[in-house]
Design a protein around this ligand. Structure first.
Ligand SMILES: [Mg+2]
Length: 234
């Protein structure tokens, strides 16, 4: 074991790390399947629909994180690609689903297990911050509706920073805004590329939140499969 660093600042990712993207998104998709009677259109079930959404969404976000596509491309293409999976060509329906999804999803409040227990524990010892690849309007609504907002001293979105994780510039932007130093800071996130490699290249310690215990070769400072494990590290 190395020496114990005295961290002062903790930077959290938001989606899939604190805010339960999958659960919140699935809830909205279930509502949309019901409202628009999508099972009558050849979509087998809400669960199936939401699995297709996850697959399509992950590819689009990965392209967005690599600067290959824009914010509007995610929004324009997401439901087109999802419906194409079911041979549905219906632009009116597509636009409705896209608009309603965007409107509803950030209002869902579910967070991952032990989020509040850990934030209550950590806020007594550290300054807490957010670094998220996302859009100001959407991410602030999520923070508000999930009651996460009061825990965080600063919030940096890729939207406001003008850079995305894994770029070092967004980490620099975030620690400057937090009035922190990277040597006394640690990043917690679920994405090996954006959160972990980003923090590592910037020179900041990092904790990989890996709830599905995916196998990987990455070298990370710490790894946890449940947020409650944070109390053993911090
Ligand atoms: Mg994430």
């Amino acid at each position: 074991m190395g020496y114990i660093k005295s961290y002062q600042h903790i930077f959290f990712d938001l989606d899939h790390t604190l805010w339960d993207y999958e659960r919140n998104s699935t809830e909205v998709l279930e509502e949309l399947v019901k409202k628009h009677r999508l099972t009558d259109r050849g979509i087998p079930s809400a669960l199936e629909f939401s699995q297709t959404f996850e697959k399509v969404n992950q590819v689009l976000w990965s392209d967005f994180n690599k600067n290959k596509i824009s914010r509007s491309a995610i929004r324009d293409q997401r439901f087109l690609k999802i419906l194409a999976n079911y041979q549905i060509e219906d632009n009116v329906l597509c636009n409705k689903l896209s608009d309603e999804y965007l409107m509803q999803c950030p209002t869902k409040p579910h967070v991952l297990p032990y989020t509040f227990e850990m934030l209550d524990y950590l806020k007594e010892k550290y300054h807490l911050h957010i670094i998220t690849n996302g859009f100001d309007d959407v991410q602030y609504l999520k923070l508000d509706k999930s009651r996460l907002k009061p825990y965080f001293k600063t919030v940096v979105t890729s939207d406001s920073a003008g850079y995305k994780k894994p770029m070092a510039s967004i980490f620099k932007f975030a620690i400057d805004k937090a009035e922190a130093r990277k040597e006394e800071s640690i990043m917690i996130g679920d994405n090996l590329q954006t959160d972990m490699l980003g923090a590592r290249n910037f020179g900041m310690d990092h904790i990989y939140y890996n709830p599905s215990k995916l196998r990987h070769q990455a070298s990370v400072t710490h790894e946890i499969s449940c947020l409650s494990d944070l109390q053993h590290i911090l």
